[in-house]
Design a protein. Structure first.
Length: 256
């Protein structure tokens, strides 16, 4: 077969378009038994070049319009899902690969690098609720160095692991206080320094977001406590120095 023609298969699929040496070559439209369609360019019986594929299975619907190679989505294209999700960018082997922009049905937007349908590499996410992240990603999660702004006014810059602050970083709170130090699984863990908006300063150890271990606390009026902490309170041996130079050194329990 050569030139324009129509081909019908036993399973009910039909092709109408250009042929060359008995194969689909050139422009044409393939309609499948489930109602899915492909309209665009063919080469040697495979989808190659520009084309549009509309695929539906029950309540699932997906439309892709863009570049094809050997029957797969390869190159630049746009995918649209039933409930409004849209991806426009690079594809490889039918998956999102390379640079692309993904918009969810609720309006959240990710723009950056992809690998095998996962966000991986440098990218930005802007959420409708005001959350924003700019940094590196791994397997769909914020991972590596990045900057994170939350809708509650908290700003973080530093290392993350699987979405949570992990490693060294700096967190700025909406009330003006600042923490700079170590994090683990989204909480202050390890050594760090907290500076409060009223002038108070704590520098020392944290565990699960609480002052635990050894640390130095300077009150806003200049009084200083240096010693042991547990669960955010002075617990254990410590020394307190007052403004007039007096000191108390001894055991503390629950801040007393």
């Amino acid at each position: 077969m050569n030139g324009m023609g129509k081909q019908t298969h036993e399973n009910g699929s039909t092709y109408k378009g250009q042929f060359n040496d008995g194969k689909r070559n050139g422009k044409g439209k393939q309609t499948y038994p489930d109602g899915s369609t492909y309209e665009g360019e063919f080469k040697n019986d495979e989808r190659n070049g520009q084309g549009k594929n509309t695929w539906s299975l029950g309540s699932y619907e997906f439309t892709y319009e863009g570049e094809w190679e050997d029957g797969e989505r390869n190159g630049h294209g746009k995918g649209t899902w039933l409930y409004g999700e849209v991806y426009e960018g690079e594809w490889k082997n039918n998956m999102k690969n390379g640079q692309g922009k993904y918009t969810t049905s609720n309006g959240d937007v990710y723009e950056g690098r992809w690998e095998d349908n996962n966000r991986k590499g440098q990218g930005k996410q802007t959420c409708l609720n005001g959350n924003f992240y700019d940094g590196t990603w791994r397997d769909h999660f914020e991972h590596g160095h990045g900057k994170q702004t939350c809708s509650n006014g908290v700003f973080y810059e530093g290392m993350l692991r699987d979405h949570f602050e992990h490693g060294h970083g700096k967190r700025d709170y909406s009330d003006g206080s600042i923490y700079k130090g170590e994090f683990k699984d989204g909480k202050r863990n390890g050594k760090g320094k907290s500076t409060f908006s009223d002038g108070r300063v704590y520098e020392g150890e944290y565990k699960d977001d609480r002052r635990t271990g050894k640390g130095k606390y300077t009150d806003s009026d200049g009084r200083v406590y240096e010693g042991e902490w547990r669960d955010d309170k002075r617990n254990g041996r410590g020394k307190k120095t007052y403004l007039n130079g007096d000191t108390y050194e001894g055991q503390w329990e629950d801040g007393k």
